[in-house]
Design a protein around this ligand. Structure first.
Ligand code: ATP
Length: 238
């Protein structure tokens, strides 16, 4: 069988003496959308940070068969991973367009960069209307869309999204997820999404994992995860 795009095997991570990930096994296939669920403090953000080399890890993280563990974040990003961190992280003192150009830092194809900027303006028309505006003055939803578009400017094979719906009104969240679904379908960008809104994320993802105290306790197709009784009680409230 072909190797998955992303493969975590027995990943441990710690902040000082406190072990936060305790042997995480997780896979994302080419073009697949996978959601990572779990309570506050379960280690979801740390899992994304472990993939990007932003926290010391033991175990194995492989992208397309290449070992990432122990490599600097810049090296990992150049291999095709874009990380959209929690809290958006756009540069508030730069314009929308400047933020998009920063996202293409790893590329030298000037024409391709211009074409991609126009492509994401088409996908996110509100960014086009505000292209010269400072990112810091935009609404939360607009900043989230900019963060996603900026992540895509690197032309990733895998997009890591940390709670994209955080602080967004429900209608904006739905719009953002509809855009993500279209991007996944049309561009085949694989996605690993950490999301509190389990119902919405499972309606869009192909597969899901549930993390509890640093270990995966449930995994399967989105339907199987949604149908699990413990899962329903803990995260879906029915
Ligand atoms: P949330 O949904 O609240 O964002 P999470 O599942 O993403 O939670 P993490 O942010 O990965 O969880 O945190 C896991 C644990 O690691 C928590 O107990 C947290 O307090 C701790 N932790 C996170 N970052 C650090 C850090 N920089 N230094 C020390 N401990 C940390």
């Amino acid at each position: 069988m072909a190797e998955p795009l992303l493969q975590l095997s027995g990943v441990h991570a710690a902040y000082g003496d406190v072990e936060v990930l305790r042997g995480v096994d997780l896979e994302v296939g080419e073009g697949e959308v996978v959601v990572l669920l779990g309570a506050n403090g379960a280690g979801k953000t740390t899992t994304l940070r472990a993939i990007c080399g932003m926290v010391g890890t033991r175990g194995s993280v492989r992208l397309g068969g290449t070992e990432l563990t122990g490599k600097p974040t810049e090296w990992v990003v150049r291999r095709g991973i874009s990380h959209v961190p929690q809290g958006r992280g756009v540069f508030g003192v730069l314009s929308v367009e400047e933020n998009l150009r920063v996202g293409a830092w790893n590329r030298t194809d000037a024409k391709g960069i211009e074409a991609d900027i126009e492509r994401w303006y088409t996908v996110f028309p509100r960014l086009a209307e505000r292209r010269t505006q400072l990112a810091g003055g935009m609404s939360g939803g607009e900043q989230q869309m900019l963060a996603v578009a900026r992540g895509l400017m690197a032309r990733p094979r895998l997009l890591l999204l940390d709670e994209p719906s955080l602080g967004l009104a429900q209608i904006i969240t739905r719009e953002l997820f509809a855009q993500l679904e279209a991007i996944n379908r049309e561009e085949s960008v694989a996605m690993l999404i950490v999301e509190q809104n389990a119902e919405l994320a499972l309606s869009f993802a192909h597969r899901g994992y549930v993390l509890e105290s640093g270990s995966i306790v449930l995994s399967g197709s989105a339907d199987a995860v949604r149908g699990n009784e413990d899962m329903r009680r803990a995260y879906l409230g029915y």
